[in-house]
Design a binder for this molecule. Structure first.
Ligand code: DLL
Length: 433
C-alpha cells in the first residue's frame, strides 16, 4: 500500500506534536504581525506567541467563527499582501456576503500535496484516468482534486458537473478509472447508467473519491455495488483549504487528518470545552502551513470524533469519524452549502416584512430538492394571482442568485404550516442518507 508522504503520515505521536508546536508558534507570530483581527484578539487577552509552550496552551486562544470571517469581508483575514495571492476561492457565509479565501503559490503547492495524499491512500496511481465531476469555479472541490491528481501524475479529465449522459459517454470512451464527485452525484450517475441500459461491468472504474457532503455507509455500499468501484470519503472546507484536510485510506475506517498541516480539536459546541478523543463534538481546526489564509481554532460546525490509534495501513496520524451532522443549521443541497437565514433574508426583502416559512428537503432519486413553503399573509396579498406569481418567481430567482441552487417555492394558506408550541420547525429534512 503506498503512502505519499511517509515522513509526515507515519511519525510517532511525540514527533507529530513537536512539529505541530513549532509550526503553531510560527503561525501565531505571523498572524499577530499580519492580521489585525488576530492581533486585536490576542492583545486584548494578553496572549503572546511565547506563551504557547505546549499544545495544551491552544485552549487559551479564542475560537475563530464564520462570523469573524464575515465581519472581515473580503480581505481582512489575509496574512499576506494581495500581490502574493495567486488564487481566490469562496464559500457561502451564513447571510449575504460570501467568505473569501486566498492562496499563495506555496499554498497551492501544499494543497496539491495534501490532496495527493488521500488520492494515493484511496488507491489512485499515475496510471489512472481521473474524471472530475465537481464544478470548476469558485468552489474548491474541482481544483483541489484536479491538482492532487496531477501531482500524482494521473491523467485528469476535467468534466465539471452535470450533463450526465456526456459524463457516461466520456467514461466509456476514455476508459475513466477514477470518479471524483459528490456521493449523491455518483448515485445519480448510477441511476442514469441503469436507465440507459449500460452495465457498469463495461466501464473501467476502479475507485470513486467522494466528498463535499455527508454520506452514510449504506450509501457507500450502494455506490460500490452499482458502479463496481471502491468508494472512499474525503473531507475539507473552503475556509481551511478545501478538500485535503482528511481522507480515508483503503481500510475505510475513519478519515486520516493531515496533522502536520492541521491541528484538530473536538469541542462541546455548547460550552466550547475540549473533549477527549473518542467523544463526539464539533471539529475545530488550526492551520499550520497556510500562508495567505491561516485559521486559528476555526469552528467548522461539523460533528465528529477523533481516534489516535494507529491505522492498519501504517499511518499514525489521527482519524476522524465520517461527518454526518452539523452543530448549526447549515444544509448541504447537491453539494452546495445553504443556511436557512439566507433564504429568510430573501423572503424578508421580497415580502417586505416577516413571512412564516418552512424548508422541506428531500432526496428524489439521487437528487436533493429544496422546497420553500411560504404562508400567504396580508403582505403577500392573498387575492391577486398575478402578484402571487410574481412573488414566487422573484423569491426563486433571488434564492438562485444568492445560493446557486434551484428551489421550488410554494404558497400555502395562512397558519397551515404546523407549529410546535407556536413555533414552525424551520427545516424538515426528509433525506435518508
Ligand atoms: O465542500 C470542500 C470539499 C470539496 C471537500 C470536495 C471534499 C470534496 P465547502 O463548500 O466549503 O467545501 O463545504 C464545506 O461541506 O464543513 C462539511 O459540512 C461538508 N463536507 C465536506 N466534505 C464532507 C464529507 C467543500 N466528506 C462543508 N462528509 C464542511 C461530510 C462534508 N460533510
Amino acid at each position: 500500500m503506498s503512502i505519499w508522504d511517509q515522513t509526515h503520515e507515519c511519525m510517532s505521536r511525540d514527533e507529530i506534536e513537536q512539529l505541530q508546536l513549532e509550526r503553531f508558534q510560527a503561525v501565531m507570530n505571523r498572524v499577530h504581525k499580519n492580521v489585525v483581527h488576530y492581533r486585536k484578539k490576542f492583545d486584548d487577552l494578553g496572549i503572546i506567541a511565547e506563551d504557547i509552550r505546549s499544545l495544551s496552551d491552544l485552549t487559551k486562544i479564542p475560537f475563530t467563527t464564520k462570523d469573524d470571517l464575515r465581519r472581515n469581508y473580503p480581505y481582512g483575514m489575509f496574512a499576506v499582501p494581495l500581490r502574493e495571492v495567486v488564487r481566490i476561492h469562496s464559500s457561502l457565509g451564513t447571510t449575504g456576503k460570501p467568505i473569501v479565501v486566498g492562496y499563495t503559490k506555496n499554498d497551492i503547492r501544499i494543497w496539491s500535496n495534501l490532496v495527493a495524499r488521500f488520492m494515493i491512500a484511496a488507491g489512485v496511481t499515475s496510471d489512472d484516468l481521473v474524471q472530475i465531476a465537481f464544478s470548476y469555479g469558485i468552489f474548491t472541490g474541482a481544483f483541489g482534486l484536479h491538482y492532487g491528481a496531477e501531482t500524482i501524475g494521473a491523467s485528469v479529465i476535467p468534466m465539471g458537473t452535470g450533463n450526465t449522459e456526456k459524463q457516461i459517454m466520456i467514461m466509456q470512451d476514455y476508459k475513466t478509472t477514477v470518479l471524483v464527485s459528490t456521493p449523491s452525484y455518483a448515485l445519480a450517475l448510477a441511476e442514469r447508467l441503469e436507465q440507459l441500459g449500460v452495465n457498469a461491468k463495461t466501464l473501467s472504474l476502479k475507485a470513486g473519491l467522494f466528498g463535499g457532503e455527508p454520506w452514510s455507509e449504506k450509501m457507500r455500499e450502494e455506490i460500490e455495488r452499482r458502479l463496481l468501484l471502491s468508494a472512499t470519503d474525503n473531507y475539507g472546507l473552503s475556509e481551511v483549504i478545501g478538500p485535503g484536510v482528511a481522507g480515508e485510506c483503503s481500510r475505510k475506517k475513519g478519515l486520516h487528518i493531515y496533522e502536520d498541516a492541521f491541528i484538530p480539536e473536538v469541542i462541546n459546541p455548547e460550552t466550547g470545552e475540549v473533549l477527549p478523543s473518542g467523544h463526539s463534538g464539533e471539529l475545530v481546526l488550526t492551520t499550520l502551513t497556510k500562508e495567505a489564509f491561516p485559521m486559528i481554532r476555526y469552528r467548522t460546525g461539523d460533528i465528529t470524533s477523533l481516534d489516535y490509534a494507529k491505522c492498519e495501513c501504517g499511518r499514525t496520524i489521527v482519524r476522524m469519524q465520517k461527518v454526518m451532522q452539523r452543530s448549526d443549521d447549515m444544509l448541504i443541497i447537491r453539494g452546495i452549502n445553504v443556511f436557512p437565514a439566507q433564504i429568510e433574508e430573501v423572503l424578508f426583502s421580497v415580502a417586505k416584512g416577516e413571512t412564516p416559512y418552512q424548508l422541506i428537503v428531500e432526496r428524489k432519486g439521487a437528487m436533493d430538492s429544496l422546497e420553500v413553503v411560504v404562508e400567504v399573509t396580508d403582505k403577500i396579498f392573498s387575492q391577486e394571482l398575478q402578484k402571487q406569481r410574481y412573488f414566487l418567481e422573484t423569491v426563486k430567482k433571488h434564492i438562485g442568485a444568492l445560493t446557486g441552487i434551484n428551489v421550488d417555492v410554494k404558497l400555502v394558506e395562512a397558519k397551515s404550516i404546523p407549529r410546535k408550541e407556536g413555533k414552525i420547525t424551520r427545516v424538515v429534512d426528509k433525506r435518508q442518507i
